[in-house]
Write a protein that binds this ligand. Structure first.
Ligand SMILES: O=C(O)CCC(=O)C(=O)O
Length: 292
């Protein structure tokens, strides 16, 4: 069968241990779970998206927030969201109109339940990029809420701490606390948002259990929307750190407006507690996804 860009298969089952780890720790590394050829095939789509109009230059943003900060490296931190809406390869990769191994992995962690796509994002730290990803929880940025809400982080390049692998605070999803969102490349809160600021995790390492995973292509991490996470710079002189993050919701996830955060156009005016609709397509099980 001919492979289409965006096709990605789950090549092994998700174990009971992995399901238990996800719910206990708020994060799990699923090693060797995805067909690496399907992941690598997304490289040109990622490169195009990062040079398209939907891409934001986080390096420029960090510079404008703190002109006196550390001088930037040669590389840029670029990111963008909702590529699946305009680019077929991203839609297939997330499970829209195709059976996606990424969606299948999350469905297994959620107990085989129906899954909707919340959004995708691309996060590229080019070689020698100094910008960090500040500690944050994804839930703080979403206008949706629920227990079955998670992000997959799928690297297109091997990632380790020195090249910007993600770091997670183990169990931080369990208290139920959702902190104030920050500007992503700094601890500075987003103006107009509410809540307690994220604690200074790196200043108090004894208080927080931090875990990080060196990942190969074909591995992915899945973290709960309330799990605190961050990533360092990419210090590699020649290798980029490219990743696709996809955020999925189970049936318990509903609209939940957070003051000051940017709602997607179709979320505006929708009451808190409303179920997610067709703007967040069903991506699992695949037969339901293809009918929806
Ligand atoms: O890739 C990064 O640097 C951060 C990614 C992230 O925070 C996410 O996908 O939720």
């Amino acid at each position: 069968m001919q492979r289409v860009q965006g096709d990605v298969r789950l090549i092994r089952s998700i174990t009971d241990d992995e399901v238990a780890t996800f719910w206990r720790d708020g994060v799990v590394a699923l090693r060797g779970a995805l067909d690496p050829v399907g992941v690598t095939a997304m490289a040109s789509a990622v490169d195009e998206a990062m040079h398209g109009r939907e891409s934001a230059d986080m390096t420029e943003m960090a510079g404008s927030l703190d002109p006196s900060g550390p001088s930037a490296g040669r590389g840029r931190f670029r990111s963008g969201i909702d590529h699946w809406r305009t680019r077929d390869a991203f839609a297939r990769f997330a499970g829209v109109g195709a059976s996606s191994g990424v969606a299948e992995a999350v469905a297994a962690l959620f107990g085989g339940a129906r899954l909707r796509l919340v959004e995708d994002s691309v996060l590229v730290k080019e070689p020698d990029t100094t910008e960090v990803t500040a500690w944050h929880q994804d839930a703080s940025y979403f206008n949706v809420d629920g227990e079955h809400l998670a992000t997959t982080w799928v690297p297109l390049d091997p990632a380790e701490l020195a090249t910007g692998a993600m770091r997670f605070v183990v169990g931080s999803h369990r208290s139920g606390e959702v902190y104030r969102p920050n500007l992503f490349v700094t601890d500075e809160p987003i103006p107009g948002t509410a809540g307690e600021s994220v604690p200074d995790i790196d200043a108090d390492p004894a208080r927080f259990a931090i875990v990080s995973f060196a990942l190969e292509v074909g591995d992915l991490t899945v973290h709960h929307a309330r799990t605190l996470h961050a990533a360092g710079p990419n210090r590699h002189p020649t290798l980029a750190r490219r990743a696709i993050s996809i955020r999925y919701a189970g049936d318990d996830v509903v609209i939940h407006h957070r003051p000051g955060t940017v709602a997607k156009p179709w979320q505006i005016g929708v009451a808190d507690g409303a179920a997610l609709g067709g703007e967040h397509p069903v991506v699992w099980p695949p037969s339901a996804a293809i009918r929806a």
